[in-house]
Design a protein around this ligand. Structure first.
Ligand SMILES: [Zn+2]
Length: 434
C-alpha cells in the first residue's frame, strides 16, 4: 500500500469537472480523495509543493506501438510504458501489429500482464491496455475471436499498420463489436491508391523524385466506413487523420449522428511535407505529412472538436533501419516524450487552444470517447495524474528519451512545457527535473 500523497498549491486543471483553480489534491489508496483549498491531509502523507505547476488528469494515448513481442530491439512493453510516463501519460493503448500479432487471447493477455508485472516490481510506467487484432494474422480476411480477446483484456480491435480493407469484414466488425461496446480502430488507407507511395503526393514529391500517396487514399476509406458505421450503428474510430477531406467527412458524419470519432497526431499538427526535404527519413510516416492546407484543416478540426483526440502513433524504429535510403526506411516516429510539449508549443502558445482544451483532447476526450476509467480528477476516480510546468522552455534531445528508439523529426526543436511528475494509481512513476 503506497502512502497518501498530497499535492499542494498547484493550478488544478480538470476539464471533466470544469475546474481551473489553485487547489490542493489528496490521494489515498490509489484514488483521488479530495481536490480542495487548504487540505491539511493525513500525517503520514507524502507532501509535494507544486506551486506554479499544472495538475491535470493523466494523459491518455489510444495509439502506441510497443513492438513486443518480436521487435524488442526497438521497444519493449517496459521501456514503452516508461517512455509514456515520462511524457505524462498514465494510460496507453498498445497496437496489435507485433510479431506475432495480438490476434489470440494469450498474446493479448501477455501484453497486459507484462505491464502489470513491471509495475509490481516497482518498475512500472503508464498503464498498458492491449488492442486486439481485428483479423487473424492481420491478414484482413478472417475475423478474430473478439469475445476471447476482450476477455483477455483487449479494449478495442484494429489491424493498424494495415487498413481493414474488405468492406464486408468491416461491416461484420462494426456489428459484432457492439456486443462488447468496443470501437473498431481504422487505419484509413486504400492501399491500391497508395501503391508504392512513400510521402505525400504533390509538388514536393515530384521535386524529390519520390512516389506520392494521394489524399484520396485516406478519404475514400473514411467515407466508406462512415456509411458502414451509419448502417450498423457501430463505433468506428479513424486513426491518425491527415487530410482536409477526411476532416470534412467526419464533420458531416457527426452532424448526422454517426458514431465516428477521430484522432490526430502531434506531428500532423506541427509539420508538413516540407519536412521530408533532404530525404529525411525521420519525416517518413504513414499517413504521410501533408500540405499546409491539410495541416490547417486538421488543426481547425481539433479546435472545433470534430477531431476529439490527440494520439501519438508512437512508432519506434531502430537507428539503422531509419538510416536506409528513403524508399526503404520504415514508416513512423516516436512521439510519447514530445507530445505534450509539441502540443503546448503548437496549440496553446499560439492561442489556438487553452490549456484546459488541450488537456481535454489529450486526456478527458479519449477517456470519454473510448470508455476508459480515467481522464478526470473527480474524487473517487483512479489517481492517474500529470504535473507539468506549462512555461519552461527546453530543446528536444532524443539522447534523453526513455524509449529505446530515437527516431523523431523534432530533434533540437525548442518547445515549451515539461512533465515534472507522472502519478499512476497514486504512485509516482516518473519524476522529471525542475
Ligand atoms: Zn496506422
Amino acid at each position: 500500500m503506497t502512502r497518501p500523497l498530497l499535492l499542494t498549491g498547484g493550478r488544478v486543471i480538470d476539464p471533466s469537472t470544469n475546474t481551473d483553480a489553485e487547489l490542493d489534491l489528496l490521494v489515498v489508496d490509489e484514488r483521488v480523495m479530495a481536490v480542495e483549498q487548504g487540505i491539511s491531509g493525513p500525517d503520514d502523507a507524502v507532501r509535494i509543493s507544486v506551486e506554479g505547476l499544472v495538475v491535470a488528469p493523466g494523459l491518455i494515448d489510444v495509439h502506441v506501438h510497443f513492438r513486443e513481442p518480436g521487435g524488442e530491439h526497438k521497444e519493449t512493453i517496459r521501456t514503452g510504458a516508461k517512455a509514456a510516463a515520462a511524457g505524462g501519460f498514465t494510460t496507453v493503448w498498445a497496437m496489435p501489429n507485433t510479431d506475432p500479432p495480438l490476434d489470440d487471447p494469450a498474446a493479448v493477455g501477455y501484453v497486459r500482464e507484462e505491464a502489470r508485472r513491471w509495475a509490481r516490481k516497482g518498475e512500472g510506467g503508464a498503464r498498458v491496455s492491449p488492442v486486439g487484432a481485428a483479423s487473424k494474422g492481420l491478414a484482413g480476411e478472417q475475423m478474430t475471436e473478439i469475445g476471447g480477446l476482450v476477455e483477455a483484456g483487449a479494449v478495442a480491435v484494429t489491424d493498424d499498420g494495415y487498413p481493414i480493407a474488405d468492406p464486408l469484414l468491416m461491416r461484420r466488425l462494426l456489428e459484432y463489436t457492439q456486443r462488447f461496446d468496443i470501437p473498431v480502430l481504422q487505419h484509413a488507407e486504400d492501399m491500391a491508391l497508395t501503391a508504392a507511395g512513400v510521402m505525400n503526393e504533390g509538388a514536393v514529391a515530384t521535386e524529390l523524385g519520390l512516389r506520392g500517396i494521394p489524399n484520396v487514399s485516406e478519404a475514400a476509406v473514411v467515407a466508406r466506413d462512415m456509411f458502414l458505421a451509419e448502417l450498423t450503428g457501430g463505433h468506428v474510430h479513424i486513426q491518425h487523420i491527415s487530410t482536409r477531406e477526411a476532416v470534412g467527412l467526419i464533420a458531416r458524419g457527426r452532424e448526422r449522428g454517426v458514431r465516428i470519432t477521430a484522432e490526430v497526431t502531434p506531428h500532423h499538427i506541427a509539420l508538413t511535407e516540407e519536412a521530408v526535404r533532404g530525404y529525411r527519413t525521420e519525416a517518413k510516416m504513414n499517413p504521410p505529412l501533408r500540405t499546409e492546407q491539410d495541416r490547417l484543416a486538421i488543426r481547425q478540426g481539433l479546435i472545433d472538436g470534430v477531431i476529439g483526440i490527440i494520439a501519438t502513433d508512437h512508432a519506434p524504429h531502430h537507428y539503422e533501419e531509419k538510416e536506409r535510403e528513403f524508399d526503404d526506411a520504415p514508416f513512423g516516429i516516436v512521439g510519447l516524450e514530445t507530445a505534450l510539449s509539441v502540443c503546448v508549443t503548437e496549440l496553446v502558445s499560439t492561442g489556438d487552444l487553452t490549456l484546459s482544451q488541450l488537456i481535454d483532447r489529450m486526456s478527458c476526450a479519449p477517456a470519454r470517447t473510448m470508455g476508459i476509467d480515467g481522464g478526470t480528477l473527480q474524487p473517487g476516480s483512479p489517481a492517474d495524474i500529470v504535473v507539468f510546468d506549462p512555461d519552461v522552455k527546453w530543446s528536444v534531445d532524443p539522447g534523453q528519451f526513455h524509449s529505446k528508439s530515437q527516431n523523431t523529426p523534432f530533434v533540437g526543436k525548442e518547445v515549451r512545457g515539461r512533465v515534472r511528475w507522472t502519478i499512476v494509481a497514486g504512485e509516482i512513476r516518473y519524476e522529471g527535473e525542475a
